[in-house]
Design a protein around this ligand. Structure first.
Ligand code: SF4
Ligand code: SF4
Length: 259
């Protein structure tokens, strides 16, 4: 699963949490306040883009151009999308001010999950399971605070639940893209299927035009009720986009083709 990986020059380690608890608190009184918002090598999930572009009242295309970079990392034919850091001293996140994060209510999943790091695994029967690790960076003093959490309590406190369905669906697709069956077919990140998959993952405004203004609806069965929702709702549109990727790249998933 794609997760945040803060590559600041401090050492990090992670431990499986299981049913144990961890101590943590992050607030403007910790001596390291906003340290982790600098020079972060942070992967973004598709639903992160939805939340942040809505917060900023931007189109998904505008957000991608202004606030993200891409690079081929763990998927040979599909780019990872990362949050762009500013060129200012110590490379702070562009959303960081002296008072903290300006998109806090819609901050990326990795920002809200930290120090938890979810790892999603696909089982042989097709089901998904998640294990939670606790990350320790030596610069992070939040671990010395008294507040004690279970993984479940932290997930609720950080309002992570809305992310889990789209993130898990994306993790399933990302795992299959990591398997690299496409490069053998001569495809790369600029090939039409990968560009279409990128649009359906990260660029909801363009994907909405594609759904309603191309032959999409004559080729796939989308119930009227679902169509009414995806006209307005980017999260539901993303779920349709991810289903479509599973159908057209892997020939499976919930989205049916018309006979
Ligand atoms: S989005 Fe907010 S919390 Fe995340 S790195 Fe940027 S400033 Fe920090
Ligand atoms: S306590 Fe940890 S998460 Fe909070 S600001 Fe400091 S380094 Fe970042």
């Amino acid at each position: 699963m794609t997760t945040s990986d803060n590559t600041m020059d401090s050492k990090a380690n992670r431990k499986l949490l299981g049913s144990r608890t961890f101590n943590f608190a992050c607030h403007d009184g910790v001596p390291c306040f906003t340290r982790c918002c600098h020079n972060a090598d942070m992967y973004l999930y598709p639903y992160d883009i939805v939340r942040m572009k809505q917060n900023l009242n931007m189109t998904s295309e505008e957000f991608l151009v202004a606030h993200t970079t891409t690079a081929i990392r763990d998927m040979p034919t599909f780019p990872n999308v990362m949050l762009k850091m500013s060129d200012r001293q110590n490379n702070p996140c562009t959303f960081l001010t002296e008072k903290g994060c300006t998109v806090y209510s819609d901050r990326p999943y990795s920002c809200r999950a930290y120090p938890l790091e979810p790892a999603v695994y696909g089982d042989a029967d097709g089901s998904m399971r998640t294990q939670y690790y606790v990350m320790h960076h030596d610069y992070c003093k939040g671990h010395g605070e008294d507040k004690e959490w279970t993984a479940k309590a932290w997930i609720v406190d950080q309002e992570m639940q809305a992310y889990h369905e789209p993130n898990n669906c994306w993790a399933r697709i990302a795992g299959r893209l990591q398997a690299d069956s496409f490069r053998a077919q001569g495809l790369d990140m600029n090939s039409p299927p990968m560009k279409m998959a990128f649009m359906a993952s990260y660029n909801m405004d363009t994907f909405r035009h594609f759904v309603f203004e191309s032959s999409f609806l004559s080729r796939y069965v989308v119930p009227e009720q679902q169509l009414d929702v995806v006209k307005q709702d980017d999260r539901e549109l993303l779920m349709l986009g991810l289903s479509w990727i599973e159908r057209f790249l892997f020939s499976d998933g919930a989205l049916e083709e018309r006979a």
